[in-house]
Design a protein around this ligand. Structure first.
Ligand SMILES: [Zn+2]
Length: 126
């Protein structure tokens, strides 16, 4: 399948599918899937289909950590509020449950953070 002839995924599908932002066919990560624990951060240097360089400058992925931080807060805070205010659990129990949920979601948050980062701030021809 060539890049020109292939039907391109939309940006949202490309991000969720962890596909290259340029051709939207090549995988970003060596092990496909949103929830991969072992080898979670193993990415290709270049797109296997269109050869786009993923890490476009040194430290490119540092920015995705800001997205991950925001996403983590967006997960842990509502979870804490629900368990503390609505369910009525102890402060540290509610906080621990929020932390546990976040811990379980780390692989997904990490991969989606990187995919969003390259789609929003990466240089590519769409
Ligand atoms: Zn590509």
């Amino acid at each position: 399948m060539t890049t020109e002839g292939a039907k391109k995924l939309g940006a949202f599908s490309g991000i969720v599918g962890l596909k290259c932002p340029q051709c939207r066919q090549g995988d970003l990560f060596k092990k496909p899937g949103l929830y991969v624990v072992k080898g979670m951060a193993d990415m290709y240097d270049r797109c296997p289909v269109c050869n786009l360089k993923y890490e476009q400058e040194p430290g490119f992925w540092w920015g995705s950590m800001y997205l991950n931080y925001g996403t983590s807060v967006a997960i842990i805070l509502p979870t804490f509020i629900v368990f503390y205010s609505i369910v009525g659990l102890e402060f540290y129990t509610a906080l621990s449950l929020g932390g546990l949920l976040l811990l379980l979601l780390v692989p997904m948050v990490f991969r989606l953070g990187r995919a969003c980062w390259i789609y929003w701030f990466g240089k590519y021809k769409s």
